[in-house]
Design a protein around this ligand. Sequence first.
Ligand code: BES
Ligand code: ZN
Length: 898
Amino acid sequence: MANSRRKLIFNIYIGFYCSAVIQICICSQFTSSSIDQFNKDRGAFPVAINGEIFPWHELRLPTMVIPLHYDLFVHPNLTSLDFVASEKIEVLVRDATQFIILHSKDLEIMNVTLQSEEDLRYRKPGRKLTVLSYPAHEQIALLIPEKLMADLRYSVAIDFQAKLADGFEGFYKSTYRTLGGETRTIAVTDFEPTQARMAFPCFDEPLFKANFSIKIRRESRHVALSNMPKVKTIELEGGLLEDHFETTVKMSTYLVAYIVCDFNSVSGTASSGVKVSIHAAPDKWSQTHYALEASLKLLDFYENYFDIHYPLAKLDLVAIPDFESGAMENWGLVTYRETSLLFDPKTSSTSDKLWVTRVIAHELAHQWFGNLVTMEWWNDIWLNEGFATYMELISVNVTYPELQFDDDFLDMCFEVIKRDSLNSSHPLSNQAETSTHIKEMFDAVSYKKGACILNMLKDFLSEEKFKKGIIHYLKKFSYRNAKNDDLWSSLSDDCLESDSTSGGFCYSDSKTASNTLTFLREKVEVKQVMATWTLQKGIPLVVVNREGRSLRLQQERFLNGVFKEDPEWGALQERYLWHIPVTYSTSSSNAIHRHILKSKTDTLDLPEKTSWVKFNVDSNGYYIVHYEGHGWDQLITLLNQNHTFLRPKDRISLIHDAFQLVSAGRLTLDKALDLTRYLQHETSIPALLKGLEYLELFYHITERRNVSDVTENLKHYLLQYFKPVIDMQSWCDEGSVWDRRLRSALLKLACYLNHAPCVQKATELFSQWMESSGKLKLIELGMEGKVIKTQDLAALLHAIARNPKGQQLAWNFVKENWIHLLKKFELGSFPIRMIISGTTSHFSSKDELQEVKLFFESLKAQGSHLEIFQIVLETISKNIKWLEKNLPTLRNWLLISI
Ligand code: BES
Ligand code: ZN
């Protein structure tokens, strides 16, 4: 899409026995079965850009020919902003064929030759091949005059060149300004998911793993980095240098990386001897030290935890000035946005520290989950991203317990529940074929729901068994690809490794029959249980009804914004059923009770009489709980009497579930609000913030819709109710992550509500800042991309739209500049999705809904169709409905509360 200006130019060679008649030439190129298919079904084949028929019509590559090894040479010129390159791909032919299909996008292919093993042995020159190009599928076809024979190896040599890309994909240029005001350029790669094809012709699918030997030519003022350590540097005539890197381990194309830059670095050595270095622009070198400390700690942690050595001798982490996502896990050469890696002890906040730690933890986890074991296809990207996100929790909790990441993890699950309880959600494992669909797969569902259900599974299996299973999975599939089922099998069968057969859960002759049965039963269970979480979208609601000692459980699909009495409710429930590992605690003991709810309804008997029951202990399960009858009243009474009877995470989950149930029309708003009354005594900051978050949300909703009486009363209530804790806050920069978050949330709220002492202090600080460095025209600066980098435009628009006063401005900007935005970002990319949802999802009126609908329709008419459109429309409809149903209740509740 981007760079459509750039035309592919092909040097079309006419095969040595082809005449000028195209048809004869094509026929002579194919095997007899291809010819048969051609004759039968000519229309099924697409047309290449030179008008000839392209011999492959699918988006996925054929598997007749597979790559084994790439010898890649690249010479970027950072002055003319282009690169020349060549590669030799050693391929294995699995089935005889007369064409090879490769991916290639926006590359000018100059020459392609083919050598057989025999040619190589006798040093015969390569035979020149004809190249056809089919840009719609980002593919090229190399036509072979004679058949390639099955089970033989061949070497394909390709010379090519291109401009360094303008955006953030493929092999692109990035610039930064030195403190002295000089603008410098670097060249960097970013390939995931389907952009390696923009840097070199390749089999650009995760299943085609191969080894890569990379050589980079550069000027002496630069350094070159790649996945592997450098073996040697050769000096060339004219002063250029050429770095040769060690051959990589077997890996997918999307993990290949190289950078030519003039950065500085700091290095250290991990316990296993791996050399870890952090690289950044020279002026930012002083901000690299925390990342070095964290990456050394985290690398040690993972090598121990997985019981698998990081297989390379070095690991580089590089802060890239222009970077679209947060970071990218290229094997041995991880690239980061500057804000995801650099930490300035003088100016960065504790939240910055938490973010940097999380991102490093995430990308290092990928060195195992993703790099060593890779999903077979992008439909299972959650195996990569869900696992890396889950491992953030495990590793940061151990390496940096003071950052209290646990509670953030819980919040992350709540965030994705919002998305997953809309009908526009999708299953974790989801079909994805086109580049745009594949990009859209990198979303909250893959990352967050993936991580949350893994956490639930860990809680269900026990941490020890879960860990054993994932180690087994990693060992078994090292340097290979895996799919959902492979993971579940490994988690059931944790003892195939000969050294772990003493674990007591093994299928082996020496084990008793009952162990074998247990093993077999568990094997079936994990797969069956997890299929219900990965293959169907959405989140279940567990409805609990207690009568004496009997608990009646019922499951249904939880739908935010659709009420049970709505006509569509029934159809939206059909065929949804989960295997839910439920847990609960009661007033009578500290025990955690467990049960798998596999059917629509089930009954449990409590061992003794209890005054209350709380389900989903510590909120480890991915489900919402509704207590029918007196259930909620009993819990509200309990919280008011002594909230510490429940654990902090249980208090948080009660607040969360109660307000979710209001949105689903299952609980009245006043009951959920009554539940928050105990917050005056709440000592857990995350719980206090959760309650505050909802009250603030209602304030913003009513304010945006100009419901002034409710807004005023709510303001009054918030200031009166939270005054003691607001007054306890100071304007200092101290305390734990959560102390700081509470301070920031309360002071922001107080100022927003015009609390005089707060406004006075903030005005003072703002004037000071304006006098020093303020004075911006923000959105234009973001579009211009100089002072505010284009990479930050999406976050900027999102931030502007969050403020009710900026929302219309941001939305108008998006409508008016859509075409320009698409020149900066690819259609399905994260920034485009963030811009759309960030500027529209707060809308809550029918007029706004209509306006957004019309805009999306006009985009669809232009060929832009994204999943996010439906998510936004559903979200706005849900907001409208919420207001219609709950505004009168909120109004009345405030009248009796202030
Ligand atoms: N593999 C991704 C990078 C990526 C994102 C590639 C989207 C293609 C499309 C990387 O591991 C990642 O997940 N990065 C996150 C940061 C992480 C801490 C959640 C990101 O970029 O936001
Ligand atoms: Zn990731």
